[in-house]
Design a protein around this ligand. Structure first.
Ligand code: NAD
Ligand code: TYD
Length: 351
């Protein structure tokens, strides 16, 4: 039986990954390490109640001694690091928190894993570490071209700067100690359990409540959207079959403008749920500072080398996502009560 230490496994992508792995493999266990910030939610893991293969620990990845304890208590074979502050808008307000969690947290985790795994001859056996990163580390594209693994890092937001810094520490551990790590850099995800600070769940939630739908700037910024389960499958593949110390970009050639995304959500809700939801809810608001114009992934490496492909088309994925939020209104009510209200006011009131 293999043991996976998954950090940030109560957040959006992390919880989807934990559920995917335990649903796919019988003979594994997952030590789920999550600080439970505003973005971490044990309700995402409710279906695992009673499953002894899932061990949850409320732990901060910056807490070295707590991590050391977990590594000595469980024989950890693999680490997948999802834990992060993940929202660009929040990073513009509080950059230090992003440096602390995303950079120092990653360095702490790398160091604890290295010490736990390193053998007397300096090798690491079959252990593996995967750093879940983002295409945002490459910066912004013009109308043409794609991010390749060789594209120079050029982060613009405090979020992407912190993720790029973490990637460089992972690279340094590989270069210096031959630490057995990979980095995946994925495009924007969407799907179940995404916190409604991000565009798609925010727009779904607001539309259902007949609240205005804020589009930053002219709405022509482009993101390359990937259904979260396809990202989980890519991580599973890279973790087990990736060439050590290589970077893999993950994306499905699904570039859409923000205007397109918001109109598609409105159209679906209008046609299937509530005819009163129309384009009139859209409000163009002040642009995000330093707003990256376009992200677009070249996924040829992971396709050619590991046979990964995105199984879910955008048409299917967006319908599944909206249907999930319709069926899980209580989940949405829970995450939007309390602190979310203050956040929303602060972010959108004077925009
Ligand atoms: P999220 O904000 O939904 O979840 C982050 C999780 O990390 C939460 O459960 C939170 O409680 C936990 N966490 C935060 N600080 C922690 C700490 N110090 N110690 C332990 N746990 C901590 O984020 P997400 O969207 O699921 O993203 C997960 C990872 O994937 C991040 O590393 C992000 O950079 C990366 N990523 C996200 C996207 C995307 O579109 N969401 C795309 C590419 C890469
Ligand atoms: P987001 O979901 O925050 O992801 P990221 O910034 O990591 O790409 O934003 C996706 C796009 O949607 C981005 O171009 C910013 C834009 N956006 C809006 O126009 N309005 C909003 O209320 C939000 C949250 C995002």
């Amino acid at each position: 039986m293999k043991t996976y230490l998954v950090t940030g496994g109560a957040g959006f992508i992390g919880s989807n990954f934990v559920l995917y792995m335990l649903g796919t493999y019988d003979d594994i266990r997952i030590v789920n390490v999550d600080k439970l910030t505003y973005a971490g939610n044990l309700e995402n893991l409710a279906s695992l109640k009673g499953d002894e293969r899932h061990i949850f620990s409320q732990t901060d990845i910056c807490d070295k001694s707590a991590l050391e304890k977990l590594f000595s208590e469980y024989e950890v074979d693999y680490v997948v690091n999802f834990a992060a502050e993940s929202h660009v808008d929040r990073s513009i307000l509080i950059p230090e928190l992003f440096a602390q969690t995303n950079v120092m947290g990653t360095v702490t985790l790398l160091d604890v894993a290295k010490r736990a795994w390193e053998q007397t001859d300096g090798t690491f056996g079959d252990h593996r570490y995967l750093q879940v990163s983002t295409d945002e580390v490459y910066g912004s594209l013009g109308a043409e071209g794609y991010f390749k693994e060789t594209t120079p890092l050029d982060p613009h937001s405090p979020y992407s700067a912190s993720k790029a810094s973490a990637d460089l520490f992972v690279k340094a551990y590989g270069d210096t100690y031959r630490f057995p790590a990979n980095i995946t850099r994925c495009s924007n995800n969407y799907g179940p359990f995404q916190f409604p600070e991000k565009l798609i769940p925010l727009v779904i939630n607001n539309a259902l409540d007949h609240k205005s739908l804020p589009i930053y700037g002219d709405g022509m910024n482009v993101r390359d959207w990937l259904y979260v389960e396809d990202h989980c499958k890519a991580i599973d593949l890279v973790l087990h079959k990736g060439v050590l110390r290589e970077v893999y970009n993950v994306g499905g050639h699904n570039e859409r403008s923000n205007n397109f995304i918001v109109h598609r959500v409105i159209e679906y809700i209008h046609d299937h749920v509530d005819a009163e939801v129309t384009d009139t809810l859209i409000t163009y608001v002040e642009d995000r500072k330093g707003h990256d114009r376009r992200y677009g992934i070249d996924p040829e490496k992971i396709k050619d080398d590991l046979g990964w492909y995105p199984a879910t088309t955008f048409e299917v994925g967006i319908e599944k996502t909206i249907e999930w939020y319709l069926k899980n209104k209580v989940w949405m009510e829970h995450v939007t009560s309390g602190a979310y209200q203050g956040y929303y006011e602060k972010m959108y009131r004077n925009r």
